[in-house]
Design a protein around this ligand. Structure first.
Ligand code: GLN
Length: 179
């Protein structure tokens, strides 16, 4: 998806790989495992330092959890990198079987985005300096915040990388270029 919108994408697994990139995408997966592995591979502090130092970052789903300053329903001792002044609730929409697809109104995009939510978190609270980019447009979770941006850090509850629609990635790459 990133290559498709004109960026050069590289996997980042080690501190020396992190040092070579201008920006970071933290994908979906499982935030508790990411936290554990980041520690084992000695990536947690380097990641935190880069985010603190102003590296643009985009988190999707578990990535959103990693970039939240505060989380609800994390496991015992689960820490995050932070960067977004928000409270994010893990598994907010329910269990794996409650995964769903829905259109979201995305403020900076020309028309709604068809979003895939896989045991997704939502943003429970966002501080004043945080821009709400998208909310759920229909159904029982109507109005829930599912995309935010604060400066050069953004996050979505859903997975734009598994759709054919590249507008969210394009928006992020533009943000990186203008930073
Ligand atoms: N439920 C996962 C977590 O807590 C996130 C799921 C996902 O990234 N699709 O980290």
């Amino acid at each position: 998806m990133l290559e498709g919108v004109g960026a050069t994408a590289r996997p980042v697994r080690r501190p020396d790989e992190l040092a070579q990139v201008d920006a970071l995408v933290i994908p979906g997966g499982e935030s508790t495992t990411m936290y554990k592995l980041a520690n084992i591979f000695e990536m947690f502090e380097p990641l935190r330092e880069r985010v603190d130092a102003g590296m643009p970052a985009f988190g999707t789903c578990a990535g959103m959890i990693m970039l939240a300053d505060e989380i609800e329903d994390g496991i015992e001792g689960q820490r995050t990198l932070g960067g977004l002044d928000v409270v994010v609730r893990r598994n907010a929409f329910g269990r794996q079987v409650d995964s769903f697809e829905s259109d979201v109104d995305f403020t900076v995009l020309d028309r709604p985005f068809h979003a895939l939510f896989i045991r997704a978190p939502w943003v429970e609270r966002a501080a004043e300096g945080v821009e709400v980019l998208a909310t759920v447009a229909s159904g029982p979770s109507l109005g829930r915040i599912v995309a935010v941006r604060q400066g050069v850090i953004m996050a979505t509850s859903f997975h734009p990388e598994i759709t054919a629609d590249d507008r969210v990635h394009r928006y992020f790459v533009d943000l990186v270029r203008s930073s």
